[in-house]
Design a protein around this ligand. Sequence first.
Ligand code: ABV
Length: 237
Amino acid sequence: MRIDIVSIFPSYFDTLDLSLLGKAKDRGLLDLRVHDLRDATHDRHRTVDDTPTGGGAGMVMKPEPWGEMLDEILLDTDSATDSATGNDPLIIFPSPAGEVFTQRMARELAHEQHLIFGCGRYEGIDQRVFDEYSARGRVRLVSLGDYVLNGGEVAVLAMIEAIGRLLPGVVGNPDSLVEESHEDGLLEYPSYTKPPVWRGREVPPVLLSGNHGAIAAWRHEQSLERTRQVRPDLLEG
Ligand code: ABV
């Protein structure tokens, strides 16, 4: 998978060299390219924002640097992987006004050949940027949840981690992907390891029974009970 990220704080993405995703990069499973939006400005102050037209508080990101940067990435794209595979890039803008990111969306996005993440700052990006690239291709606004961040960078890190670990070969043991929270629409059951007694607290005896049917049934019941307690909304749909 190819991922391009556009941000005015490219060093936020240095952490993607760590751990599992760093290894995926080294092994060529993930082609990650980080772009500084200010490289697409041409004034002395490398200006990316301006006052909101019509008035109001804060600043809005100007359309020109976004247009220049995204055009450049899209040009670099046509010749490469995408058009050959009939898989045009998907541009994602993190936004508190977007559709909510879920494990289902992560699974969907893990099938894409090429994702482009545009990290907005300030009060947002000039609407014409969304309109322009929606008219030319696929654009989605995506939110991590109902809260406001200072910019899209942290949201993009979270999305890339959730998507990246689903790519074939990134997580060593793919079985570990199917038993975790949200994969079956439920929260994960509690996990234990050795020792069997720690500070007087015992591991539930069924887990030491060797009865795999009883263990699976116990875990499912625990998942249901946790979900009922903490996230009843997940049981409704
Ligand atoms: C993107 N808050 S996503 C840009 N929850 C600015 C703020 C923000 C996002 C989110």
